[in-house]
Design a protein. Structure first.
Lengths: 143, 153
């Protein structure tokens, strides 16, 4: 399943930045994710409900943010099937306004290389308004 | 009521099969902004060596959350979903999920830890593909932790 676009393990060093991207999230995006994922929790689309459970307003699905962030790794690897392990902690909610967008900034960095296993761990930094919204966000890629 | 600590170690019966469809994989990939062609284009997927369209890395959550609902909706577990926050998630893929898979999931309750007014409930979904010969093949392990706020917290 190799293509010319795929990175080589021997060319990588811990600390290398593999990419950056910005993701804009609006309410329509959350509704779309709710339908695609089957997660219809009203905290992701109903302002009054979200406020009633103590949230600052409608928030993005943590799983949306996690899924959007790893697309950077898929594209860098050149093969989504090469992502063999992916984890994240949901540390801070991402409020999404009823008009306009919330912005996610994603950066991927080489966190570890396992030459014997043929894998590289990409550590993702995901921030919104300058604050980290995901913790320990790590994708292991088989190259 | 609070979360029932006696549920640690519980294993639920295997779910009914989840049939992985091409349009669902495309819809999910589009929803998270995963634009790689192997999620969308059958020719590209087959050209990359896959039997069919490939799921985005977090697609398994769709399958896992159906299995997890057995615990969340189990009255004996004592989980009030209005008090639940998702704390963490991990996917370990033994092989990529592809369209055409028939996925069966066994839900395990691995731990329940109470601390500072929270119950941290960690579940593990073992997702396997049902094979035509009646056997199964490991596909994904999905580990998820829910933080359940106690009364008054």
């Amino acid at each position: 399943m190799s293509t010319d676009a795929r990175p080589a393990l021997t060319d990588l060093s811990v600390g290398d930045v593999v990419g950056n991207r910005t993701v804009e999230v609006d309410r329509a995006r959350l509704v779309r994710y709710a339908g695609a994922s089957g997660d219809f929790n009203p905290i992701h689309w109903d302002d009054a409900f979200a406020a009633g459970v103590g949230l600052p307003g409608v928030i993005a699905h943590g799983m949306f943010t996690m899924g959007a962030a790893v697309a950077l790794v898929e594209d860098w690897a050149g093969d989504p099937g090469a992502v063999v392990d992916y984890q994240a902690r949901f540390t801070r909610p991402v409020p999404v306004p009823s008009r306009g967008v919330a912005t996610l900034d994603v950066t991927g960095t080489v966190g570890a290389i396992d030459a014997d296993a043929g894998t590289v761990r990409i550590d993702l930094t995901v921030t919104s308004e300058g604050a980290r919204v995901l913790g320990k966000t790590q994708a292991v890629v088989r190259l | 009521m609070s979360v029932n600590l006696a549920y640690v170690g519980r294993e639920y019966p295997a779910t009914a099969p989840y049939s992985v469809g091409r349009e669902k994989l495309r819809e999910f990939a589009s929803a998270v902004g995963a634009s790689h062609p192997v999620h969308h284009d059958l020719v590209a997927a087959r050209g990359a060596g896959y039997p069919d369209l490939v799921a985005a890395p977090t697609f398994a959550v769709v399958v896992a959350q159906r299995a997890e609902s057995q615990l969340v909706q189990d009255p004996g577990a004592g989980i009030d979903f209005s008090r639940v926050v998702h704390a963490d998630e991990r996917f370990t893929h033994h092989r990529p999920i592809v369209a055409g898979d028939e996925l069966v999931t066994v839900l395990h309750v691995d731990s329940i830890v109470e601390r500072a007014g929270l119950a941290m409930v960690t579940t593990r979904c073992e997702i396997v593909a049902a094979l035509p010969d009646g056997g199964t093949e490991p596909v994904s392990t999905v580990t998820s932790t829910l933080a359940v706020r106690g009364e008054g917290a």
